[in-house]
Design a protein around this ligand. Structure first.
Ligand SMILES: Nc1ncnc2c1ncn2[C@@H]1O[C@H](COP(=O)(O)OP(=O)(O)OP(=O)(O)O)[C@@H](O)[C@H]1O
Ligand SMILES: [Mg+2]
Length: 264
């Protein structure tokens, strides 16, 4: 099983949109895929998948009270997405308890949570999942860093403007000085790229990440109001005829991702 974490420095760059659409694309290719809403600060799955009432949520795994004597097993968490039989999802608590549980800054708690996460990863693999996709909270939260620690790959999603580029560069440098690369592969997706951006600019941004951090860009997605409009109608899933272009772009990105992940 490969773990792919979608992350960003700033919020609103498109992590949730791209994490879910990557997962849908993988499931459509026949891979058994699991997506976790690990954006514990601002979860979204309850609004994206209305009508599904999960019995347990991601946070429950880490709550000692609910999880006395390891009563809760990772296999109790996934629910089918209703989109593809191969695509399961795990919800987060829609009413975050700020400063508590996984949202606290307690390093001991997060050290324990990391152990639990590593153990859960093994359990998910035993359940036959081939890809585990995690959607995180932006920036350096302890819970997001734990997700990155267990990742085989991270996809950094950014809007390529001045602060998007400098912020993402800063974030990656911090991560490398804190963790090293841990054999993880990191990739960039430039999203919400302003229509009409000169090709030379895009080439320079790609060169910047390759040269300064040895990080490859695997996707460039233009700003497309159709994508935002879908969400406005409560629909984050673009697997329909009206969004052929976006679906194709996502498919190309997944091709790139699979190719890169299969390299030694
Ligand atoms: N390429 C795009 N063109 C236009 N709008 C986009 C594009 N990608 C995403 N959006 C829109 O941008 C907004 C933010 O997207 P999304 O929620 O996926 O970002 P996020 O990184 O998960 O945000 P957060 O950090 O708040 O969790 C949404 O309204 C989404 O529809
Ligand atoms: Mg999000």
């Amino acid at each position: 099983m490969k773990v792919i974490v979608f992350h960003s420095y700033k919020g609103g760059t498109g992590k949730t949109t791209l994490a879910l659409n990557t997962a849908i694309n993988l499931a459509h290719r026949g891979f058994k895929t699991l997506v976790i809403d690990a954006d514990l600060n601002a979860p979204t799955f309850d609004s994206i998948f209305p009508g599904i009432e999960p019995k347990f949520r991601f946070n429950d795994l880490f709550e000692e009270q609910k999880n006395a004597q390891n009563a809760l097993k990772p296999e109790d968490l996934p629910t089918n997405s209703g989109i593809d039989p191969k695509l399961d999802i795990i919800f987060a608590d829609p009413k975050p308890k700020f400063g508590q549980g996984l949202l606290s800054m307690d390093k001991n708690l997060h050290t324990k949570a990391l152990k639990k996460l590593i153990q859960s990863k093994k359990e998910f693999e035993k359940l036959g999942y081939q890809y585990l996709i995690m959607d995180t909270s932006p920036s350096m939260t302890l819970a997001s860093v734990n997700a990155i620690i267990i990742a085989d790959a991270t996809v950094m999603v950014l809007r390529p403007n001045q602060y998007g580029i400098s912020g993402t560069t800063f974030l990656l440098k911090e991560l490398y000085s804190m963790l090293g690369t841990l054999k993880r592969k990191d990739f960039m997706i430039f999203n919400q790229v302003v229509v009409g951006t000169p090709k030379k600019f895009i080439a320079n941004w790609e060169k910047h990440f390759k040269k300064t951090l040895n990080v490859k860009t695997i996707g460039i997605i233009l700003c497309d109001c159709g994508i935002a409009l879908n969400l406005l109608h409560g629909n984050l899933i673009f697997d329909d005829a009206a969004n052929v272009k976006f679906t194709q772009t996502m498919s190309d990105i997944v091709d790139n991702l699979l190719k890169e992940l299969s390299k030694k």
